[in-house]
Write a new protein. Structure first.
Length: 322
């Protein structure tokens, strides 16, 4: 598998190293053209305003690639919107998430001080927009729990969520534009401002999201992996999960929701529906009832309602036909 390493910055300089690494031309300090040995397409970077930059990925890879973004000390958040035709893989702290337009998860928020790995799908269009936003702009919903003026390098933040419908509409407006369009900078600047405004509006009313210590993240990750690996079993209960994490029930519920923006039970159902989506599209089952029973449901109407709630589709829409 081809390995690519890079860092991000609010300034364009980060592009020089990655362009040299893959042997790609860099046009106007904005546009990296994907070399033919990797595929087609490219990436586009724009400084939108002080404290706000944007990266657009519009690529097709012809081979498996692992793209590692290394952490840096520059203070900003990365807001990743994935609008790819198929699902890509994002890994943070050894946790793997499938993200994309057709996935339940399409939005990722990552502290620049956390490294991550991106494994794009091969042979399909990868389209993603990444807002790089200075923490001074987004500090209102993401304040540190360590006290004013204190910094703890072990305290970081990341979470995943679905992309809201209005943000999808905003992204769709630029997905069909080309980097060579003379007005592309103008389009992209408008998209970046609109996406950031929607993001701030959406999360401003959430209670303060405290940065979580890495030890707590690892403990939460253990329970999260357990839920993901046991979606065919009944929900184990909060007492069981909090004991596994070594936390009180109240602390576990609060931290789990802060990191994953869902209560453990809702997260479990979401993972169940993501598996349902994969089973329906795989062709391994020929009827809705077969998928329903595999997942432990016995009423098709209830299963269909849950599926629609989490994916926006009816199960029959995603069932692979012969």
């Amino acid at each position: 598998m081809k390995e690519i390493n890079h860092t991000y910055s609010l300034k364009p300089d980060w592009q020089f190293a990655i362009a040299a690494q893959i042997g790609a031309p860099l046009i106007d300090n904005k546009w990296i053209v994907q070399p033919e040995n990797l595929g087609a397409g490219g990436s586009y970077f724009l400084e939108v305003a002080p404290g706000l930059s944007v990266v657009v990925l519009d690529l097709v890879f012809n081979q498996p690639v692992r793209i590692r973004r290394d952490r840096s000390e520059e203070d900003f958040y990365i807001i990743h919107y994935d609008f790819s035709d198929e699902m890509n893989v994002m890994k943070i702290n050894d946790e793997k998430h499938k993200i994309g337009y057709r996935s339940i998860l399409g939005l990722g928020v990552i502290d620049n001080r956390i490294s991550n790995v991106f494994e794009p799908v091969v042979g399909e269009r990868v389209f993603a927009i990444r807002l790089l936003v200075a923490k001074k702009i987004l500090d209102f919903p993401m304040k540190s729990g360590t006290g004013k003026g204190k910094k703890n390098p072990e305290k970081t933040l990341y979470f995943y969520d679905h992309v809201d419908s209005k943000s999808k509409v905003i992204m769709h407006r630029i997905k069909n534009k080309t980097f060579s369009d003379p007005a592309y900078d103008l389009y992209l600047r408008g998209v970046a401002f609109k996406l950031l405004a929607k993001f701030m509006d959406r999360y401003a009313n959430l209670k303060t999201i405290n940065r979580i210590t890495e030890s707590d993240i690892k403990a939460l990750s253990v329970t999260k992996e357990y839920l993901m690996n046991n979606v065919l079993e009944p929900f184990p209960g909060l007492d069981f999960l909090s004991d596994m994490a070594g936390m009180s029930v109240s602390k576990y519920k609060a931290l789990f929701k802060e990191v994953y923006l869902d209560a453990p039970n809702k997260f479990y159902i979401r993972e169940k529906m993501l598996l349902a989506q994969e089973l329906l599209k795989s062709g391994a089952h020929t009827t809705l009832s077969a998928v329903m029973l595999t997942l432990g449901y016995n009423r098709l109407n209830y299963f269909a309602a849950q599926y629609h709630r989490y994916t926006g589709n009816h199960p029959s829409d995603d069932l692979k036909k012969e």
